[in-house]
Design a protein around this ligand. Structure first.
Ligand code: GTP
Ligand code: MG
Length: 191
């Protein structure tokens, strides 16, 4: 598969209805959204990443071929250091993107495998549920915690999400979960 950046959007007024099916990547700042894009693309510098939160400040549409769907890398939420106005602007942009987007087939919600379930993550998943968009839960940085801790967190999230399947353990460092993730994306992106 190949992954190419095709569009970058900074403001609500730039949003457009693409005919392509989309899967978005959402999650707190620094959780590893852009690193996941790079890992799947097999390229280190396709999406800009940073050890400091708040790196991605736009909606980045990546086209996946030969499948023909878009992966949309979103700005992270919960970044305390940026201004209230800026945070509100991103939240509005993300909400405008998710609402009334008939081509949005699922949102991959990235969850930090080192943290207990966070309030903002729970809020996002219940919001998505309320507007009828499937959630693909992913535990990022799964190379960090021990297997036992990951399993505990998987069970906690299973209870919160009331989903049959536990979140997928993924690592951009080791490639853990990569094949399974492609399978999941392909499943949701198939027209
Ligand atoms: P924003 O754009 O700020 O919302 O962040 P993001 O979610 O796109 O995170 P990004 O991909 O920029 O990664 C943030 C930091 O986490 C970087 O220092 C990455 O190297 C690190 N990181 C990402 N994925 C992994 C992983 O699987 N394992 C480990 N150990 N570190 C990771
Ligand atoms: Mg990013």
């Amino acid at each position: 598969r190949t992954i190419e950046l095709v569009k970058t959007i900074y403001e609500i007024k730039q949003l457009e209805d693409f005919p392509e099916v989309q899967i978005a990547l959402a999650g707190r700042s620094n959780v590893g959204k852009s690193s996941l894009v790079n890992k799947l693309a097999g390229r280190k510098k396709l999406a800009k990443i940073s050890s400091k939160p708040g790196k991605t400040r736009s909606l980045n549409y990546y086209r996946v071929d030969p499948d023909g769907f878009y992966l949309v890398d979103l700005p992270g939420y919960g970044y305390a250091k940026c201004s209230k106005t800026e945070r509100a602007k991103w939240a509005n942009l993300i909400e405008a993107y998710m609402k009334n987007n008939h081509q949005l087939r699922a949102v991959a919600v990235l969850l930090d495998s080192r943290l207990e379930p966070q309030k903002l993550d729970i809020e996002l998943t219940s919001y998505l549920k309320s507007i009828g968009i499937p959630v693909i839960p992913i535990l990022t940085k799964s190379d960090k915690p021990k297997q036992r801790e990951r399993a505990k967190l998987q069970n906690q999230w299973k209870d919160i999400l009331q989903q049959e399947k536990a979140p997928l353990c993924f690592s951009s460092k080791t490639g853990m979960g990569e094949d399974k993730l492609w399978e999941l994306f392909a499943e949701y992106a198939t027209p």
